[in-house]
Design a protein around this ligand. Structure first.
Ligand code: NAG
Ligand code: NAG
Ligand code: NAG
Length: 311
């Protein structure tokens, strides 16, 4: 018993965030949007009148926020901590639910370099298996997930509520622009969200005999063995999965230099500390000939600078 307790205590110490979810998580419940929204009466959602079939909308001030919950973009420093919490709570909840999900694109590149979100990346990319998507659609649409997270130093823990919303077009696997996002994990306080896309079988290719061809509605395509078996690792301090052939996938998407070049925009990778760091002005001048650049986040204050990784 004592050993079990000691294990539990060390687990709780090691994963303060996960333990928060284990200890403080409330029950999941269906949440009609009107009950979830703390601010009835205003909406900053872009109505996308030119795209009547589009299900998920973004805020009128930025494509990275849900305007039902957000009034304005966060400043750079605040955004980073909310993105980290978004990622951790998503991973923890998917693990509880038993959904098969993994990180991709710019988020996977961050894992490759530093096991953290890249400081210049404004969004998070995750993928889910088709079977898991159907499971979420059947049982977890509009479910609320409650977490008690550490606040500022010496401040009490803060309650955060996240909503999982599934696109009613999720069964339609045709490539399209307006409903390529199958589900969203939304921070109901800040409006920040994670877009969830689904890896599906490419039925056209399979009919032609390419048994392991896979596709995503956003036009990315993979072979089954590029992704599976998933590898277990950690990212932002919590367990996550990554695709099996992560290096090949990253090289195909970003080029070989993305895995070796220690300069990106105004950042330089500190090999000793294993982290990306924004350069100070004098350093920037020194490293400019190696490819460092003055980016919009240089002063660290730019509100919601766009992700440098296009979809
Ligand atoms: C999820 O719930 C919302 C709100 O009720 C609804 O509009 C949407 O169609 C639902 N999605 C699915 C996959 O049923
Ligand atoms: C699936 O999506 C495509 C592209 O938007 C659309 O043309 C088609 O009508 C949809 N199919 C169904 C059954 O809704
Ligand atoms: C599915 O496979 C067909 C045939 O190989 C290909 O033309 C098509 O682009 C693929 N679709 C996607 C979304 O990758």
């Amino acid at each position: 018993m004592r050993a079990v307790l000691a294990d539990l205590v060390s687990f709780l110490l090691y994963f303060p965030l996960l333990s928060a979810s284990l200890l403080f998580r409330g029950t999941k419940r269906d949440a009609p949007y009107e009950q979830v929204n703390d601010h009835p009466g205003w909406s900053h959602q872009n109505e996308d009148k030119d795209e009547p079939d589009k299900y998920f909308h973004e805020s009128s001030f930025s494509e990275h926020y849900d305007g039902r919950f957000a009034t304005a973009p966060l400043i750079y420093e605040d955004r980073q901590s909310h993105l980290t919490a978004l990622l951790r709570t998503y991973m923890s909840s998917m693990r509880d639910i038993g959904a098969e999900t993994w990180i991709m694109h710019g988020t996977l590149l961050g894992w490759y370099w530093s096991r953290t979100i890249l400081p210049w990346d404004g969004d998070l990319d995750v993928m889910i298996s088709e079977k898991s998507l159907y499971h979420l659609a059947s049982f977890y649409n509009m479910s609320m997930h409650h977490f008690s997270l550490p606040g500022a130093p010496n401040e009490p823990r803060v309650r955060h509520n996240y909503m999982l919303e599934v696109n009613p077009h999720y069964k339609n696997s045709s490539v399209e622009s307006v409903n390529k996002i199958d589900a969203r994990w939304i921070d109901t306080e800040t409006g920040l969200f994670i877009d969830v896309t689904t890896l599906r079988r490419n039925k056209t290719a399979q009919a032609l005999g390419e048994e392991d061809a896979m596709m995503v509605k956003d036009r990315h395509h993979y072979y089954h063995d590029d992704i599976f078996p998933l590898r277990s690792t950690t990212f932002e301090g919590v367990p996550v999965n990554i695709p099996f052939a992560y290096a090949e996938i990253l090289i195909e998407e970003y080029g070989e230099e993305a895995l070796s070049d220690v300069h990106f925009l105004n950042h330089r990778f500190d090999i000793e500390k294993q982290e990306w760091r924004a350069l100070r002005y004098a350093e920037l001048v020194r490293y400019r000939e190696h490819g460092a650049m003055l980016g919009s986040t240089f002063w660290g204050k730019a509100a919601d600078s766009e992700s440098y990784f296009p979809d």
